[in-house]
Design a binder for this molecule. Structure first.
Ligand code: ATP
Ligand code: MG
Length: 447
């Protein structure tokens, strides 16, 4: 993409309405635009990141055996009356009437609808287990929408729903999602610590929240510093291997970690030595629940069991805040100059800076590199605008692409091009020829 043809409305100054760094940076980089309280348009840069995150979430759900569907945003109220949650949900639910005066609502979540879908499609225990998920916009009329996309009213969520014939099988489905969450967040460069959570209005038997640590997080967190020493990449397991899945869950739940709602100071002191006790703040990026038969019983969600008798299914639900993650990743990865995108979610991998637009040799070299990289499927944002080098460097640092390729007439005389790693600040020179191969750019330092 040529920056001269792109839509990236950069703000020079910090927007006054933003309180936290991710919101400021998202507005400054022209990633989002507020349309109403807690409701945003995703501008091109923001949209690219959102799609990257969504795709990682999708791949890891698929890998764990979940099956993607898409349910509508607007739901009939009747489904919710049956489960008893229509009145219980309160003001957070946006209620709508259609032209026939039927009660509708903008879905804040989808337990009722998916259960209805499942009930019509599955009759026998032989069809279980199943886990269905979708990635769809939700609306919750939050009391205090704030912090940009972190607490929106309209936000993108992945929600998955598991159905099993027994408690034991349901627990395995829950555990698989637990492990897949660790994997999902690790792929985005995040360590999301699983913490035992309150089941809240959704209710149920077991629940964990996944939190990334950030000063601006809305939850207080208390945890064992041993979490930092755990192996956050050892999730390459066979999901059908029940014991292997249990082992990862056990490892990651054996240490103390709790949000303020569940924190027990006495237990914290008992289980964690003083020098290992950490308290801080965290952002909830995922939340998983095991319900048992809490929803399936009132909704009549049953299957025929092995002995021919009807049994209620054991269910779970599993959310990830896809749009919240965009802000969350920025909170976890930025410096004074701007965003530092972890490579897997970066809107572009390479920022190509032309230091002297109009200089024939520089233009030609940039074009060669641009075409060579794009031709190999590497996403490049080419700054071909006629602007001062200082201003271009500042913009590239602000938008935080992992690698910068800097081309100017002086270097070119000696066939030298500078590359810079945004995260470490490390620089190196390579030739024009070498710059056409992404490996020479990305390999030069451990990122
Ligand atoms: P919170 O405690 O932050 O209000 P929640 O517990 O109500 O969230 P869940 O029902 O568990 O949310 O939703 C699953 C995930 O969706 C959450 O872990 C979070 O990442 C995301 N999420 C929830 N509410 C919002 C929101 N208002 N804006 C953006 N993301 C949200
Ligand atoms: Mg939650």
């Amino acid at each position: 993409m040529r920056l001269s043809h792109y839509f990236m409305p950069i703000l020079r100054d910090d927007p006054k309405e933003a309180e936290i760094v991710s919101h400021k940076l998202m507005l400054r980089c022209g990633m989002i635009r507020q349309e109403a309280a807690g409701s945003y348009s995703w501008l091109p840069m923001g949209f690219r990141v959102l799609k990257k995150i969504e795709q990682i979430v999708r791949e890891e759900q698929d890998r764990a055996g979940a099956i993607e569907v898409l349910m509508p945003t607007i739901q009939p109220a009747d489904l919710w009356r049956k489960s008893g949650r229509y009145d219980a949900y309160g003001k957070e639910m946006l209620r709508i009437k259609d032209r026939h005066d039927r009660d509708m609502l903008y879905g804040p979540t989808n337990e009722e609808m998916i259960t209805d879908i499942f009930r019509q499609g599955v009759q026998s225990y032989k069809d279980l287990p199943r886990n269905l998920y979708h990635i769809q916009w939700k609306f919750r009329d939050e009391v205090r929408p704030r912090f940009g996309v972190m607490r929106g009213r309209e936000f993108l969520m992945k929600d998955a729903y598991s159905f099993d014939v027994s408690r034991e099988a349901g627990q395995h489905s829950y555990n698989k999602m637990f492990v897949s969450y660790l994997r999902t967040f690790a792929r985005m460069g995040l360590k999301a610590v699983p913490m035992r959570a309150e089941t809240g209005p959704i209710g149920g038997e077991d629940s964990h929240e996944f939190l990334i640590l950030a000063e601006t997080g809305e939850s207080g967190v208390y945890f064992d510093r041993d979490f930092f020493d755990m192996d956050w990449s050892a999730f390459d397991i066979d999901y059908d291997d029940v014991a292997a899945v249990v082992k990862v869950v056990d490892d990651f739940t054996s240490k103390y970690a709790a949000t303020d709602e569940k924190h027990d100071p006495a237990e914290f002191e008992k289980r964690v030595s003083e020098s290992h006790r950490l308290a801080g703040r965290g952002i909830e990026v995922g939340h998983i629940f095991f319900f048992g038969t809490k929803y399936s019983e009132p909704l009549g969600c049953e299957v025929q069991g092995p002995d021919g008798k009807k049994v209620p299914v054991h269910s779970g639900s599993y959310g990830i805040g896809v749009s919240r993650l965009v802000g969350g990743i920025i909170e976890a990865s930025h410096d004074a100059a701007g965003i530092i995108w972890p490579e897997p979610v970066a809107p572009f991998k390479v920022g190509l800076i032309n230091l002297k637009v109009g200089d024939a040799d520089t233009d030609a070299a940039c074009l060669n590199i641009y075409k060579a990289l794009e031709g190999k499927g590497v996403e490049v944002l080419y700054d071909d605008r006629d602007d001062r080098p200082g201003a271009k460097f500042a913009v590239m640092d602000l938008i935080g692409l992992p690698y910068q390729v800097i081309v100017g007439p002086r270097g070119l005389k000696e066939d030298k091009i500078e590359i810079k790693n945004r995260k470490t600040g490390a620089r190196k020179t390579i030739t024009v020829q070498e710059a056409g191969d992404y490996r020479n750019i990305s390999d030069f330092i451990e990122y």
